[in-house]
Write a protein that binds this ligand. Structure first.
Ligand SMILES: *[C@@H]1O[C@H](CO)[C@@H](O)[C@H](O)[C@H]1NC(C)=O
Ligand SMILES: *[C@@H]1O[C@H](CO)[C@@H](O)[C@H](O)[C@H]1NC(C)=O
Ligand SMILES: *[C@@H]1O[C@H](CO)[C@@H](O)[C@H](O)[C@H]1NC(C)=O
Ligand SMILES: *[C@@H]1O[C@H](CO)[C@@H](O)[C@H](O)[C@H]1NC(C)=O
Ligand SMILES: *[C@@H]1O[C@H](CO)[C@@H](O)[C@H](O)[C@H]1NC(C)=O
Ligand SMILES: *[C@@H]1O[C@H](CO)[C@@H](O)[C@H](O)[C@H]1NC(C)=O
Ligand SMILES: *[C@@H]1O[C@H](CO)[C@@H](O)[C@H](O)[C@H]1NC(C)=O
Ligand SMILES: *[C@@H]1O[C@H](CO)[C@@H](O)[C@H](O)[C@H]1NC(C)=O
Length: 403
């Protein structure tokens, strides 16, 4: 593979702090990724939606999915391979900032979709009512505090649906602009079906806190900060004790580990052993040994895989999580065409075992619309949806046709 680095890239690389841990090196910053093989034989289909789609999540059945569409929650009929938008449930305007709807997550019991909208609040949607298009699908709003932040991005739900952890990307003046994880305790539904909650508190992390993921045993919450502090180009992966987060959030941090330039999303393997992170400004997918993140951080980095330009979302695909797809957003192209204009968007397909062995693992890139951002996979594992935020499209990927 030819790495055609520009002077700018070399400068950024040289200025970045380059750490070495174990046998694998934490990647420095990189503007444009080298070209990838074009995977045109993967079956995809796309639809246009009325607003930039951000978070997407399937219901417990395969034929319904939900997507945040700025001021509404879109309901997709996914019974056919090509999805169709069948309803839009307006989100409560006073809890949606101008940046609009962001993350979404389904409770483990399948009853509710929790939605964030770049504000202080967590919006609770009844999944079954939403599937019918009922405006009464909004069954609760849990409003946080200004101190934790008003730029909520992702939500992760604890194992028994009792707590919700919300990333507040930019925190507040009280946190000196450092992002936080805000904690809500969810109450049982009232007899009229509404959901309320108790605000527990928040944990301050680094700058621009976005991605969160729970370990499958429910004990650890992982969160990314794009920058460890405003004086570095390196971001962090934070390892957080969930039991403490539920009761005393400000004391829940176990440790932080360097996670490349601009880490933005995190994913944990079903066997609880490997934590995967997209380092957006390194154009890399990183793999960490989950147990060493707690016991031996300097040896925790297992792999660093070159992917496409500015990866954001990531998801497992295939039997036994044999593949990972990254959403190569090229999101800075519109901000600086002179640097990013030649980069492409797409989904890199990564062979998980090869990545862990340190071998060539990038199988190529599936073309997408602009700024592919987040993923969802159907419960039967057959279809992956990706939100193309920059071209207001939702794209379906047929998992059986992946290399
Ligand atoms: C990749 O495939 C897409 C779809 O066929 C095509 O539009 C694009 O030009 C191809 N890119 C490269 C680099 O070959
Ligand atoms: C979301 O909708 C609001 C209100 O219509 C609008 O001002 C804003 O520009 C929209 N945001 C995006 C990202 O489309
Ligand atoms: C989804 O579309 C299929 C095929 O058109 C239809 O049979 C089914 O009733 C639709 N489901 C919902 C929930 O609208
Ligand atoms: C939600 O909480 C924030 C922070 O306390 C407050 O500024 C805002 O007015 C509240 N929103 C509503 C609709 O009550
Ligand atoms: C539903 O019940 C809750 C708890 O009793 C109450 O606070 C709320 O106002 C009720 N909402 C409606 C729409 O009746
Ligand atoms: C960051 O740099 C500024 C200016 O050099 C300095 O004042 C500040 O203390 C630094 N902050 C940290 C956290 O190192
Ligand atoms: C998936 O993992 C299970 C359990 O380890 C194993 O029995 C099975 O053979 C694996 N399937 C494939 C296709 O690798
Ligand atoms: C983009 O491609 C054009 C044409 O090949 C080339 O002249 C230009 O230098 C490239 N820009 C960057 C930033 O690589």
């Amino acid at each position: 593979m030819i790495f055609n680095l520009s002077v700018g890239q070399l400068l950024v690389g040289a200025l970045a702090w380059i750490g070495t841990v174990g046998a694998v090196t934490i990647p420095s910053c990189q503007t444009v990724a080298p070209p990838e093989k074009n995977l045109t034989s993967v079956r995809t289909a796309e639809i246009t939606v009325p607003a930039p789609p951000f978070g997407v999540v399937y219901a417990q059945q395969n034929d319904i999915a939900f997507v945040t569409l700025n001021t509404s929650l879109g309901v997709l009929n996914t019974s056919a391979f090509t999805p169709s938008l069948i309803h839009e449930i307006p989100l409560p305007a006073s809890y949606v900032s101008v940046s609009g709807g962001t993350g979404s997550a389904l409770t483990h019991n399948g009853l509710y979709v929790l939605v964030t909208a770049s504000s202080t609040a967590l919006i609770v949607v009844d999944a079954a009512k939403a599937a019918t298009g009922s405006p009464e699908a909004i069954v609760g709003v849990l409003n946080g505090t200004a101190a934790a932040g008003d730029s909520a991005i992702e939500v992760t739900i604890s194992g028994h649906d009792k707590y919700a952890f919300v990333s507040q990307e930019y925190g507040s003046p009280q946190t000196s602009g450092r992002g936080t994880i805000e904690v809500f305790k969810l109450q049982r539904p009232a007899t009229n079906g509404t959901i309320s909650g108790t605000y527990v508190g928040y944990l301050v992390l680094g700058d621009a806190v976005v991605g969160t993921a729970l370990s499958p045993d429910g004990r650890i919450l992982y969160a990314t900060s794009e920058l460890a502090s405003s004086n570095t180009t390196q971001g962090t992966l934070s390892i957080i004790d969930v039991e403490k987060l539920k009761t005393d959030p400000s004391k829940a941090l176990i440790s932080n580990v360097a996670a490349g330039c601009g880490p933005v999303r995190v994913l944990v393997s079903r066997d609880n052993q490997v934590v995967w992170v997209t380092a957006r400004e390194s154009n890399a997918l990183l793999a960490f040994d989950a147990s060493k993140l707690v016991s031996d951080q300097n040896a925790a980095l297992l792999a660093s895989v070159q992917v496409g330009t500015s990866p954001v979302g990531l998801i497992f695909a295939g039997v036994n999580e044999s593949r990972i797809l990254t959403a190569n957003s090229n999101r800075f192209a519109s901000l600086d065409p002179s640097l990013y204009g030649n980069a492409t968007t797409g989904l890199s397909v990564i062979e998980v075992d090869a990545a862990i062995r340190g071998e060539q693992a990038n199988l190529g890139q599936i073309p997408t619309g602009l700024f592919p951002r987040e993923f969802a996979i159907s419960p039967n594992g057959k279809t992956i949806l990706v939100t193309d935020y920059g071209s207001s499209m939702i794209q379906a990927v047929d998992v059986s046709t992946l290399p």
